[in-house]
Structure formats: C-alpha cells, structure tokens
Write a protein that binds this ligand. Structure first.
Ligand SMILES: Nc1ncnc2c1ncn2[C@@H]1O[C@H](COP(=O)(O)OP(=O)(O)OP(=O)(O)O)[C@@H](O)[C@H]1O
Length: 263
C-alpha cells in the first residue's frame, strides 16, 4: 500500500517537468492540396499555461493539435516541443516527445473490449514500463479524480458518453504528460453531460501544473481556464490575449462576429 498522499500530478512526472517555453510553432504552413489550412503560423506556449484556440469551423485549430501529436507533418516551418524539433526528427526522439503529450479527442476512442481500469493502465504498462500494480494504483487515483471509482470494472459500452470522456481524460493523464491537448472534448456529448466533463477539466486546470492547449466552442469554459485565448481565422491568428480582453473587448471585427454567433 502506498503511503504517498500527493495527487497524481504532484508526484514525479515520467519526464522531468520543464519550465519556460514548452511548445513553439514557427512559420508553420500546412496545405491539403491547394487549400492552405495553416498559413505561416507562429505561436508559443509556456509550461503550465492554459491556451485556448477559438475560431470558425475550418480555421485550422484541430490541425495544430494533430501536428503536435505528429499525426500530420507541416509543409513548411518548425514545431518544437520542450526544445526538441519534431519534423524532421529521429523516430526515437519523436516517441520520447510523444510521451510528453496527452490528447483527448471529440470521440472518446476507448478500447471497447477492455475494462475502464485496463483502458487506463494499458499504455503506462506497455509504453512506460510500469508494473501492473503501479499502473493500477495510478489509474485508481485518476478514477477518483474524475469521479468514476465505482465503474472501473465496466466496459466503455456500459457508460454514458460523459463517463466515457472522463475515462479518456484519466487515460491521457495516466501517462503523466506535460501537455494535455483537448479537441472539442464535449462536442459529441448530450447537453446534460457536458457540465460534468468541463468541471473535471476545470479541476485539473486549477489543481495541476499541466500545460493545456484546448480547442473548444464552450466559451464560458475557455474564459474560466485560459491564460491566453488565440482567435483563428483562415489558418492565421488574428487576435490573441487574456480571456477578459478577447471576450469583453475584442479588437478584430471577425472576433466580434464569431463571438456574437457563439455566445
Ligand atoms: N486530412 C485532411 N484532408 C483534407 N482536408 C483536410 C484534412 N484535415 C483537415 N482538412 C481541412 O482543413 C481545414 C481545417 O480543418 P481543422 O479541422 O483544422 O479546422 P477547425 O478549425 O478545427 O474546425 P472545426 O472547429 O470545425 O473542428 C478544413 O477545411 C478541413 O476540411
């Protein structure tokens, strides 16, 4: 039985926590055919900060998260995570960088044939080399944090969408990543299940030192958790600032139009 009473996040992360700049995109351009989805994009995120990407559908927000997950490659420019460049990079380096990044998608992407507990312990055992006991201890703490302790032996199909998404959050955190990427994690949920998931994420944002990069249409949530909001339009950041500034005194017409449509 462990005597360590710290939360899963206060404990030693699997890679040492960095300070200063953690993510940097420089002059990143991504095209699909002749459609330029990201257009010479520059931005950076410091360790521990929560940055939210907002903007109209198709403006390139998800593409940025997919680049950081190495699911896509930029056509031009550089992407750096924790001082290491991602493209090009030796496969081993990419694997090490990927361990620092967790992602939660709109669709929960849980393994349907595994229990909730096994969904969470699988990668810590197979990728990080934790023992089954260590991984289960970590998973139980996280399940408590997301309010699902009573469901650890169930399969995803026996849970609501909101519960499945909370398992997906616990699964991402079980790798103790430095960065959590959140891609419209409540968009596929029935409205009555959204608040529970956002509350868990608010709690994580408040009580941990994890860096968050979040794409969301939940503007109140963005206002609550963000240190910085980036407004995207046609693959460019047209406005950036603290949430109070972007939501209360947007400077750009496109930001005003977008916010009046979604608020
Ligand atoms: N694999 C792909 N092949 C071709 N086009 C793509 C691909 N992935 C994305 N796109 C296009 O790139 C553009 C940007 O997509 P992206 O998903 O990044 O936008 P978004 O800002 O996240 O939008 P939303 O808010 O609707 O999710 C869209 O026009 C999309 O259709």
């Amino acid at each position: 039985m462990s005597t360590d009473t710290r939360t899963p996040f206060e404990k030693k992360p699997d890679s040492p926590r960095s300070t200063g700049e953690l993510i940097r995109l420089e002059q990143v351009t991504k095209r699909f055919g002749d459609h330029t989805v990201l257009d010479h994009l520059d931005f950076s995120v410091d360790a521990g900060k929560h940055v939210t990407l907002i903007g109209p559908s198709g403006s390139g927000k998800t593409t940025i998260l997919r680049l950081l997950m190495t699911l896509l490659k930029p056509d031009e420019g550089t992407v750096t995570v924790d001082g290491e460049q991602l493209f090009p990079a030796p496969e081993k380096q990419v694997r090490e960088i990927r361990k620092k990044i967790g992602m939660v998608f709109q669709q929960f992407n849980l393994f349907p044939n595994m229990t909730v507990l096994r969904n969470i312990t699988e990668a810590p055992v197979t990728v990080l080399g934790l023992s089954k006991d260590e991984a289960e201890e970590r998973a139980r703490e996280l399940l408590e944090m997301v309010g699902l302790t009573d469901h650890l032996d169930k399969h995803p199909g026996q849970l609501s969408g909101g519960q499945q998404q909370r398992v997906a959050i616990a699964r991402a955190l079980a790798m103790r990543p430095q960065v959590l990427l959140l891609d419209e994690v409540t968009s596929a949920l029935d409205p009555e299940l959204v608040a529970g998931v956002l509350d868990v994420l608010r709690d994580i944002a408040r009580s941990t030192d994890i860096t968050m990069l979040c794409v969301t249409h939940e503007m109140n949530f963005a206002r609550d958790i963000s240190d910085q909001v980036l407004m995207f339009d046609s693959g460019r950041i047209i406005e950036a600032g603290a949430p109070e500034k972007i939501f209360s005194e947007p400077e750009h017409d496109r930001t005003r139009e977008f916010l009046s449509a979604v608020l």
